[in-house]
Design a protein around this ligand. Structure first.
Ligand code: CA
Length: 239
């Protein structure tokens, strides 16, 4: 039987820097960024198991990389230090995950990390993004941003944000779990777009960038290690 947990939460769009890359969705990063916070209420759905009959589209299961090889996921030009390497199985299938080793420190630009993969994805026919995460118990907030091209294939930082505090990021919580983010829960962020008349319709066919954010919360700073695996586009039943 499917169990569904709907979690309502406050999210804040994050500051950004006009660097041309997707930005932090996590706010609650301390006084230095509080003035930039734009609270948005979203719904995030966590499903312990898969979804409908349609098979997922695997975006990355991290199984094809050699130990020590360079992953296509890398630090964004902004944010603090984050390295992506191969980690152990966390999802119960396969042998490898992605290990994020990161550091967050006080101060705007240092209190979060952004790990991105830049590629063109056509996720037509899917209505959610799913992944596994094994948090490190640090209690940081976690965010996800998708960047969307326009219909002419132009890049103008039409960003779509989700944040899932409470989903795998509680202090002391280290159990791996699957997170499902319905596309309908994403919130458009045009803060860094030079174009103002951008359509407010999310198009899964036009994804060009996926970014994970980890942001310090409640003045908890320092180094951390967490794991991500089985990043997939999936089909879910939506209310
Ligand atoms: Ca894997």
């Amino acid at each position: 039987m499917r169990m569904r947990m709907i979690m309502m939460m406050l999210v804040a769009a994050a500051p950004l820097f006009g660097c041309g890359h997707a930005h932090p969705t996590a706010s609650q990063t301390g006084p230095s960024s509080a003035s930039n916070a734009v609270p948005t209420q979203i719904t995030t759905t966590a499903l312990p198991a898969a979804v409908q009959g349609q098979p997922p589209m695997v975006i990355d299961d991290f199984e094809s990389y050699e130990q020590g090889s360079r992953l296509p996921w890398h630090k964004a030009p902004h944010g603090n230090r984050v390295d992506a390497t191969i980690g152990p199985n966390i999802s119960g299938q396969g042998r490898q995950s992605m290990k994020l080793t990161y550091q967050v420190q006080p101060g705007r630009g240092s209190n979060y990390v952004a790990l991105m993969r830049y590629q063109k994805w056509d996720l037509s026919g899917y209505n959610a993004l799913a992944f596994w995460i094994k948090p490190d118990g640090q209690g940081h907030s976690l965010g996800l941003t998708l960047n969307m091209l326009d219909d002419q294939g132009r890049q103008h930082w039409n960003l779509w944000n989700a944040s899932f505090e409470g989903l795998g990021t509680r202090v002391g919580e280290t159990a791996a779990r699957r997170v499902v983010v319905p596309f309908s829960s994403l919130r458009q962020d045009l803060t860094y777009s030079p174009i103002r008349d951008v359509s407010s319709v999310f198009k899964p066919s036009n994804i060009t960038e996926i970014v994970f954010f980890v942001a310090a919360k409640n003045d908890r700073f320092g180094e951390g290690v967490l794991y991500i695996d089985d990043v997939e586009a999936v089909v879910i039943d939506e209310p």
